[in-house]
Structure formats: C-alpha cells, structure tokens
Design a protein around this ligand. Structure first.
Ligand SMILES: [Zn+2]
Length: 270
C-alpha cells in the first residue's frame, strides 16, 4: 500500500486528503478525524453523524466547519441513509441536500454536488475515473463488503457513467484493521457463502471459531476482480480502533455512543 493520503490541519480541523488525485484539478476529497469540532464527550469532538444522540446543534456546527474546508455546506451534499446494504444511487445535482434512503453507495459525474458518507470503524472507498470524469463513494463494513457493494459501485459507474475499470482509481479510508478486527462465526459463514468468498481475507483466531477479518484487503481483492489494476488502488494504514486520539471507533466504544467520521468527494468545476 502506497499511502499517499496526507494528514493535515486546516482551520483547526485535522483531516486526511489525497494529493495524487487532487493535483489533477478534477477532484477533491477528504476524510475527517475526530479533532477540531465542538461536540462534548463521548462525541468529542468532530462528530459528523446525527444518529448517535449528540446535540443536533453541535453536529450542525461540526458539519459546517468540515464542509467549509471545501467551500461547501449541507445543501451541497448528498448522503445515503446507510444500512450496510448494496444499493448504489446515481446522484444528480438537482437532488443536492438529499439523504437517500437505504443507500450505501453514491456515484456521480456532475459538478456542484458533493458526495458524503459516514463511518465509525467501517471502510469508506473513494472511486474516480478521470477519463469519464466520474466519482463514487462507498460505505463498506463486513456485511456490505461481503455482499459485494464496491463491485456493484464499479459496475454502475460503467453502465451509467461510461467508466472503464482498467482506468479507474480507488482509495480506501482509515477503518478498523486486522490488528483489531476480531469477528465471530457469523462473519466467516457469510464469507463462505458469499459470491466474493474467494476475495474475502480472514485468519482463524483462537478456538471459538473467531477470525481476524481484513476489511481493506478484502475490498482491494474485490476491486481487482471488478477489473481495477492493483497499482491504481491505495489505502490509508490507520486503524480507527487503536488510534483513539485521532479516530472514533464503534467497537472501542463497546457498541455504545461515539461519533462518526465523514468522507467527502466532489468534482471541481470544469
Ligand atoms: Zn488496530
């Protein structure tokens, strides 16, 4: 993994961005850390998700601060109401501001609208086809990954936006990584029965039928099976679970209240 995703601080907010794509002038993207917002414990402090029970006014302010880094606000943003499914929505500028029900993947070829997704251990996958001038953003936990969501996102960018996988690029966000991601038998059984079982990467652990699941490598393998070139895929090496000063982690919070990170990607004006 090359890890050209850079961690920077701007306007007091710590986040990650990706110069190899941005330097071309066609696309901008970011992934937030937990640092630089106004939320109080246990949402401290850049919680960008409404679902955790944090004060709405604090999340509104955090989103304003984060989106301002790209001169955007919530009216410019389209997000999916994520359900660990495989629905991919084709986003048009005219629905800017929308929250699309039961959707974990977004694609677009339009400027003037930003794609947003949320995570608190799950993986976000950014997609870009510079020739088709098309982008995508996918939310993938173990369930969505093993249901092939990133494969379907690549497929829909082909059929709807004229993308070609061999020239597409993919970037994987920080997520819970194999240092920390122990899963139960339910995940392993799902992997075995999945159409992407051959791409799933996990290692047995202990004698309870548990395993260490590699979310990033599983999705890299699925992206390659969808036709992407391995050297067009990059991944951030940070684990959300074992870096508490930088990241929220649903697992580390014991399934209780925490915050959400946000991923954003947008096409710049021609
Ligand atoms: Zn870890």
């Amino acid at each position: 993994m090359n890890n050209k995703m850079l961690q920077i601080v701007r306007n007091g907010i710590t986040y990650f961005h990706y110069p190899p794509w941005e330097n071309g002038g066609q696309v901008k993207l970011g992934f937030s850390s937990r640092c630089g917002g106004v939320s109080k414990e246990p949402y401290d402090n850049l919680n960008l998700g409404y679902k955790w029970g944090d004060r709405t006014a604090d999340v509104v302010e955090n989103r304003r601060l984060f989106l301002a880094l790209w001169n955007k606000n919530e009216k410019d943003l389209v997000c999916g109401d994520q359900v660990h499914g495989t629905n991919i929505a084709l986003v048009e500028k005219k629905i800017a501001g929308a929250l699309i029900p039961e959707t974990d993947g977004l694609i677009t070829a339009e400027t003037g609208v930003a794609l947003g997704a949320f995570s608190a251990d799950c993986l976000l996958i950014y997609l870009w086809d510079p020739c088709a001038r098309a982008i995508g953003l996918v939310h993938a936990g173990w369930r969505g990954s093993l249901a092939g969501i990133v494969f379907f996102a690549v497929e829909k960018m082909q059929t709807q936006l004229g993308s070609h996988p061999e020239r597409m690029q993919a970037l994987l966000s920080p997520c819970i990584r194999s240092c920390c991601y122990e899963v139960g038998n339910d995940v392993i059984e799902t992997a075995k029965n999945s159409n992407w079982g051959n791409q799933a990467v996990y290692y047995p652990k202990g004698n309870k039928g548990h395993a260490i699941f590699d979310l990033q490598q599983t999705n890299i393998n699925i992206l390659c099976s969808a036709g992407l070139r391995r050297d067009n895929i990059d991944a951030n090496p940070f684990c959300t679970y074992c870096n508490p000063s930088l990241f929220f982690s649903y697992r580390r919070a014991g399934g209780g209240a925490t915050g959400s990170h946000m991923g954003i990607i947008l096409l710049t004006e021609k």
